[in-house]
Design a protein around this ligand. Structure first.
Ligand SMILES: [Zn+2]
Length: 430
């Protein structure tokens, strides 16, 4: 499987200048590829595909020595990038979109370059920082907040200069399927290793075993963003002040995204390492059922990202992840199956039919768990057994943690309000 890790890079002034110069040469190479594609006769066997076009790199370098100053594999990759864009454009066209022709790229629209297969090395990865070496450029430090697994192969390295002025490095990673941990056979799953997760409104998530994690507080960041945007709207469009302010807005947005992403990374990593099977609702179906489109868009985008992270980590950590049918997970009683309407402000599930009472989101998470187990292919009796032995609906077993605890410690730790501590306290009191 393939996936990407992205890190902030801190090139020093000299290295940053070299990076900028190289990216600019790549931009010219991209534009030149476009020029040749448009202007050279069709019968040339060096035009028409990335592979063919790579043959033109030698004559290029003879004519324009500047193309010899960047890494040759990276230069090939830039030519390939043009053809990739071309094929994306074609796909869009085929899908009925009204598309134009690929544009000539000015500097502000061409901000990255990609080293493919060679010309790079990732070093000193033991701590929170690492060093990336790029051929013809040099070393630059990275914040190395996530390890690249040992069995992963780095296929490509992309260096990008964001419009905010920040540098980022993305590693395209490939893990051979045979190196991925095996997922436990479905029929051997233990009840306590399976979890249903309700994506909440009041809480960020609520699990079927009673753990609730609070929402990430980004109000301060949003307030700062609104303020910065107001200032931007007062500046004269295109002026130097406007440009400075535009960068400030972009940087606040980026910080906001990073904060959310970091939180989601921690939470999803915890889920797939703590459990063997994790179930969430299928968000797309859910929204379709609700018929709502615009109102919650921002939150939906965040949830989609959360689910995506969960799914790709599932394979890396040998965990089953399934998205289940979302119909009536909230309305349905997880104990007897009877449906009751619940307005949003009703926080408790209280079943008029069987008398079962539980936190609203917890009840939903239990329904998600049941559906997930069925979706894994387990039979009714097996599902029943797992639910009966595993699902606790005891308030004493519940604990909540704040999002900031997750951010600080990396998981919803049990230290505060943990049942273990409570139990210990009870025993001590007796
Ligand atoms: Zn009931």
């Amino acid at each position: 499987m393939e996936y990407t890790h992205r890190y902030r890079a801190y090139p020093n002034r000299e290295v940053a200048a070299e990076l900028t110069r190289h990216i600019n040469i790549h931009r010219q190479a991209y534009n030149y590829t476009r020029y040749e594609y448009t202007n050279l006769p069709d019968d040339t066997d060096t035009i028409g595909s990335a592979y063919k076009h790579h043959k033109r790199l030698k004559p290029w370098k003879d004519e324009f020595p500047v193309f010899g100053e960047v890494h040759s594999k990276a230069l090939q990759k830039t030519v390939t990038r043009f053809y990739d864009n071309l094929s994306n454009l074609k796909d869009k066209k085929d899908a009925g979109y009204n598309v134009g022709w690929l544009k000539w790229k000015p500097p502000r629209e061409f901000r990255s370059m990609t080293y493919s297969q060679s010309g790079f090395e990732l070093k000193n990865t033991s701590g929170q920082t690492a060093t990336l070496w790029l051929s013809k450029i040099g070393d630059m430090p990275l914040t190395y907040h996530r390890d690249i697994p040992e069995e992963a192969v780095i296929k490509e390295v992309t260096v990008k200069h964001e419009s905010t002025g920040e540098w980022y490095v993305s590693f395209a990673l490939d893990v051979d399927d045979e190196h991925l941990p095996e997922k436990p056979p479905v029929e051997t799953l233990n009840a306590e290793d399976c979890v249903g997760v309700d994506l909440g409104i009041r809480n960020y998530i609520h699990t079927s075993n009673g753990i609730s994690v609070g929402k990430l507080d980004v109000e301060a960041e949003y307030e700062r963003l609104r303020k910065a945007q107001r200032t931007l709207s007062r500046r004269e469009h295109g002026s130097e002040n406007w440009e400075t302010q535009r960068q400030r807005v972009a940087s606040i947005k980026r910080r906001l995204r990073r904060k959310t992403l970091d939180f989601q990374h921690k939470l999803t990593t915890w889920l797939v390492t703590e459990y063997d099977a994790v179930f969430v609702e299928d968000l797309d179906v859910k929204r379709m059922l609700e018929g709502s489109q615009s109102a919650k868009n921002k939150q939906d985008a965040a949830w989609r990202q959360f689910i995506q992270l969960l799914e790709y980590k599932a394979d890396l950590h040998g965990c089953h992840v399934r998205q289940v049918k979302p119909e009536n997970t909230t309305k349905m009683c997880s104990e007897c199956g009877v449906k009751t309407d619940k307005p949003l402000w009703v926080r408790e599930h209280s079943c008029p039919s069987c008398g079962f009472e539980l936190d609203r989101d917890w009840n939903a998470a239990l329904n998600v768990l049941e559906r997930g187990l069925k979706q894994l292919g387990l039979g009714q009796s097996e599902v029943q057994r797992l639910l009966e032995t595993g699902a606790t609906v005891d308030d004493d077993q519940a604990w909540s943690v704040s999002a900031s605890t997750v951010v600080e410690t990396g998981s919803p730790t049990r230290e505060q309000g943990s049942p273990d501590l409570k139990e210990a306290a009870t025993v001590a009191a007796e």
